[in-house]
Design a protein around this ligand. Structure first.
Ligand code: PLP
Length: 375
């Protein structure tokens, strides 16, 4: 089936009355058949949780998965389940600041050696030493939208016995599937495109049953699960994921083209632009280029001055909703990254990140143009 069809139909749990939607099973207590078969929300196996997992697993071409309380719960459970004291973890520069903070502050306390490398396959592989156990990255990567060659990264890592875990939040399961390209596990902040309406916090881990099992075990001990009402809202959101993302991609391309021509804009980061350094790779690896873009304004203009003049596009943290929002990564998503590291990546006072929504593109363009002119 095609992705929009999977998004609508896969995963729906049987309705006793034959209705079209999974009923909301609000129960936290279920009878058990035997001691190995206990159903309980914190065990990640209640019907509404499973409906969401089946939908996203179908879209990601994954065998198994779990629905967690947040994107960071998904990432931290995955990394801690598969890494042991003495292992090296190689992470890409620029990953979401909260994930980066967890890697810098929490994992070393468990004896895990964390190495940062630029977000490209060659650099990530070169950073791996003999004790390398895992490479963790996003593509497109936060917030400068670099694209990493997944087939190259995964094939070479596999040859050296190193796991690859991809945060696929920016790309979404309808535009890019790292697992068939060789990744071991995929994580998502379902708070973003999967939820899509800026009203849910959740996360997901997807992969083979063998690799998801230890993550489920640890997540169960840590206790970050999602209740039935949230899962049901997510299931409803996923039905429109493909159509929302299609519109977000069209809008982002229109906005990126206009910004790139603007005399007050220094540069635009959007994988769909032919000027993007990995445009050809993005074309090969993704079905479309996504709804996220960043741009740098020319001094003496600053991102803050432009942001203050925006009327329709709200300044807010998060991304992936139906409404367009923008943020200064240096103050929000990447505020916890050491300042000298951010400076090296061009995450500075000039940079604005925009999550493009499903409004009419002309209205978004008009708002950005008036803000640039008024700033
Ligand atoms: C790419 C990416 N991954 C993971 C996360 C963490 O997700 P959550 O806020 O749902 O914990 C975020 C949050 O902004 C993100 O942008």
């Amino acid at each position: 089936m095609h992705k929009p069809t999977q998004a609508v139909h896969s995963g729906t749990q049987q309705q006793p009355l034959g209705g079209l939607n999974t009923p909301i099973y609000a129960d936290s207590a279920y009878p058990y058949l035997d001691h190995d078969q206990v159903r309980y929300p914190r065990y990640f196996n209640t019907p509404n949780q499973l409906a969401v997992v089946e939908k996203i697993a179908a879209l990601e071409q994954a065998e198994d998965g779990i629905l967690c309380a947040s994107g960071l719960a998904a990432t931290s459970s995955t990394l801690q389940a598969h890494l042991n004291s003495g292992d090296q973890l190689v992470v890409a520069h620029g990953i979401y600041g909260g994930s980066d903070d967890m890697c810098r502050q929490q994992l070393p306390r468990l004896g895990i050696e964390v190495t940062h490398a630029p977000p490209d396959a060659e650099s990530l592989l070169t950073a791996c030493q003999d004790n390398a156990r895992m490479i963790y990255c996003e593509t497109p990567c936060n917030p400068r939208l670099q694209v990493i060659d997944l087939e190259l990264l995964c094939s070479q890592a596999k040859a050296r016995g190193i796991m690859v875990v991809i945060d696929n939040t920016f790309a979404t399961p309808v535009l890019q599937n790292p697992i068939p390209m060789g990744a071991d596990l995929v994580v998502h902040s379902a708070t973003k495109y999967i939820g899509g309406h800026s009203d849910i916090c959740a996360g997901m881990v997807l992969g083979s049953s063998e690799l998801v099992a230890p993550v489920r075990e640890l997540a169960l001990r840590l206790g970050g699960s999602v209740n039935a009402q949230i899962a049901a809202l997510l299931e409803r959101s996923i039905k429109t994921l493909a159509i929302r993302v299609e519109r977000q991609c069209q809008n982002a391309m229109s906005v990126a083209k206009v910004l790139e021509q603007h005399p007050l804009v220094e540069s635009v980061d959007y994988p769909g632009l032919p000027s993007h350094p990995q445009h050809q790779l993005a074309k090969r690896q993704m079905l479309d280029f996504g709804g996220m873009l960043s741009f740098q304004v020319k001094p003496p203009l600053t991102a803050e001055r432009v942001e203050r003049k925006l009327k329709l596009i709200t300044s807010a943290v998060s991304l992936g909703g139906v409404e367009s929002i923008c943020c200064q990564p240096i103050l929000t998503s990447h505020a916890r990254v050491p300042i000298e590291e951010s400076a090296r990546q061009g995450i500075d006072q000039q940079l604005l990140r925009v999550s493009i929504g499903i409004e009419h593109a002309d209205d978004l363009i008009a708002d950005l143009l008036q803000a640039l002119e008024q700033a």
